[in-house]
Unconditional design. Structure first.
Ligand SMILES: [Zn+2]
Length: 153
């Protein structure tokens, strides 16, 4: 995606960040709602945080709104950074996934765990997806393995 602020194309995340300006008996909110790259996300986060901290508190309602904005901005920021990290991993050249007998050899030690998860009623395709991701095996191989355990349970 293309960043709404600097128009560079790289990993971006849609975020909404806010700040409050308290004026004793009135208040105003300012919002950024945009698709942002990592750099602009940081800039925007500090832009709003600084204003919340310095201009936010002045007024009874403002006091609470500012707290809310500060916390929700932090949550948004942390989640957006995590999201960017994941999309960067996806973009990186994929590590070759194990398949066939290799996959089986990797998955075998987890047979007990998988059986437990199946017994607890977890969705077989969720289990297979986790296995594939955690242990670097092809998802079709993980699926076949889980399926085989499910039918032999
Ligand atoms: Zn940007």
């Amino acid at each position: 995606m293309r960043c709404d602020h600097c128009s560079r194309s790289e990993a971006t995340v849609f975020v909404e960040l806010h700040h409050n300006i308290g004026m004793l008996f009135a208040r105003r909110s300012y919002t950024t709602a945009a698709e942002l790259c990592r750099k602009c996300l940081g800039k925007s986060f500090w832009h709003h945080t600084l204003r919340n901290l310095t201009l936010g508190w002045w007024g009874t309602i403002s006091f609470f709104v500012t707290w809310y904005y500060l916390l929700s901005n932090i949550v948004t920021y942390v989640q957006a950074r995590a999201e960017m990290g994941r999309s960067r991993q996806r973009a990186a050249p994929a590590v070759k996934e194990a398949r066939g007998a290799d996959a089986l050899r990797i998955l075998q030690p987890f047979e007990h765990n998988i059986r437990m998860q199946l017994r607890m009623g977890d969705d077989p395709s969720d289990i297979a997806r986790d296995m594939a991701r955690l242990h670097g095996v092809e998802s079709s191989a993980a699926q076949a393995f889980v399926e085989q355990l499910r039918t032999s349970a």
